[in-house]
Design a protein around this ligand. Structure first.
Ligand code: DC
Length: 209
């Protein structure tokens, strides 16, 4: 059983995916972390972010077991990740690792940008989780302020829009809903309501399997 969850940055898919994985006892992979880990390794080693050959080689060494969102959450790492994510050979290396993960028993939840369209097009449940750019920027703003740090809403809003353009506009595996994805707009929905809606869809798919 594979549950594919896609959507733009800060739409709430991470929290939702973790909750779903926990509820069903499935393994969870946040595929954004694989792009972030590659970007971080390049930054740490002082390697360029615009050399596809080097970036692909590093992508091939990423260990899924060691991915940690806290360590990889820095803004610069997200920006760098979104830049190397346009490179086809980086994507190939990471998608291979993601597909190997997706077949683990008893089931998996993968979240990212291209899970339903490219990584696991055969997934029986596909969700496309979204929210307006304003709502997503506000959530990120609240999260930063909640941690006691200063935040600039306008800068975050611009950042969300720039990230969307890059993720949706790239030639290889752009962010878009799979044709058979269920759309879940969380702009005016609590995480609890989104979880219940997702659970109904998954239960229906499990009953059919
Ligand atoms: O979800 P995130 O912010 O951790 O993702 C970081 C970047 O990685 C994002 O801008 C685009 C890229 N990404 C991708 O291209 N494909 C995925 N399946 C997941 C993330």
């Amino acid at each position: 059983m594979i549950i594919a969850i896609d959507g733009p940055a800060a739409a709430g898919k991470g929290t939702l995916s973790r909750r779903i994985a926990e509820a069903y006892g499935f393994h969870h992979l946040d595929t954004g972390l694989t792009y972030r880990a590659t970007a971080r390794a390049l930054l740490d080693a002082g390697l360029p972010l615009d050399d596809e050959g080097i970036a692909a080689k590093i992508a091939g060494t990423v260990e899924l077991a060691g991915l940690d969102r806290d360590i990889l959450s820095a803004h610069e790492i997200g920006e760098a990740a979104s830049k190397i994510a346009v490179m086809p050979s980086v994507r190939r290396a990471l998608v291979d690792a993601q597909r190997a993960f997706s077949i683990r028993e008893p089931g998996t939840v993968l979240d990212g940008r291209d899970i339903g369209t490219v990584v696991c097009p055969q997934a029986p449940v596909k969700l496309y989780v979204t929210a307006s750019p304003e709502v997503r920027a506000k959530r990120r703003f609240d999260e930063i302020v909640g941690k006691g740090r200063a935040a600039d809403f306008e800068a975050i809003f611009e950042d969300v829009k720039r990230r969307d353009e890059r993720d949706m506009g790239r030639a290889d595996s752009p962010l878009k809903p799979a044709e058979d994805a269920h759309l879940l707009d969380t702009s005016e929905m609590s995480i609890e309501a989104a979880f219940r809606a997702a659970k109904d869809l998954i239960d229906a798919a499990l009953n059919k399997a």
